[in-house]
Design a binder for this molecule. Sequence first.
Ligand SMILES: [Zn+2]
Length: 356
Amino acid sequence: MGFSANCVPPHAWLANPEQRATEVHYNGIHLCWQRGKDTITQFSGHLIEQFADVADGFIVWYADPGLCICEQCVPYTPVMLDIKQTYEAIAGDRAQVHHCPWWIWHFEDGTHEPLPVTPNIRRDFLSSLPAGDWVPLYDQDPKSIDIARELVLEVLSFAFFLDPEGGNEAHNVLPRTRFGRIEEAVTGARERDLGLLAYRLTPYTQMAQDWLFFRRQLYPGISREQALEQLARFIGVGEQLVEALNLLDQWWEGRGIEALRSAAEIIRPMVAERPEYMTHLAAALEVLLMLAEVGSVNGWQVTDELVAKVQEYMEQTSTFTAFTHEQLWDMARARPFIRQRLEWWMGVLAAEMGGR
Ligand SMILES: [Zn+2]
């Protein structure tokens, strides 16, 4: 069970203005560890107490989300070490606590404004972990990986190749297959004797990717076709799903709009068969098709007609209710809200498809 080192519910953040973190990236959900430790551990401590006997273990995230860069949190090494010791003490011998310092290179290398530089934080933190412990580290941070291995830690590759956030939510909402990239990453990790870890914000629109990601890791010899056939059987729809997913993947790889239309045609009737699995995938695919139909002929531009069409579609589909409900009571607000998102999503398509 994972949690951010210093996350609190919004009401705790609102009630304790003097304890609020000086945050980077995420605002309104974190307190400063140095000033708000007692408030923070009311919640995180409760989490550990509730689940210590049944969870496999806990994993604490340090920074992004949750970083505080106030004066009392510089240098960050003693803060991280105190966080670590505090949670290990709460868990006691009931459960293991692991640590995810995947941002640690930013502190040491000064690669992310406005983070202050903390010399030697990699070694100072990693050497506090017991030999044999596992630690997720960023895939593109070879220095941390080398130090961890020297300290006889098991490195998990914390690879962001699925790019779940990436500056906008298009990477999550649009059903983006990336089958080839997943297979490449899994094969590459195996060659380097690494495991891969990923997380996902919108599982229903990305389930085929997740399925392939995990199947390929569990069963190295399995082919893409076999993995997708297993998915179709698991869901309980026909093997036409494999064809639809392959068409979708081919569209992302540059095959024309007809492939995307065909994928949508195959998937649409499957919603009635297995709504619990297919509803959200089908809805996301419809929005992608609307974007692609317009974008592929006008140079990936959002038009007023497209905004209206998508907004009308979203109003009628359960998938986007939470996404839009606060705005849709007022058409004057709904359209600009949706337009902004469509511009982001179209930007992703333009970057991906524009050169083709
Ligand atoms: Zn602080």
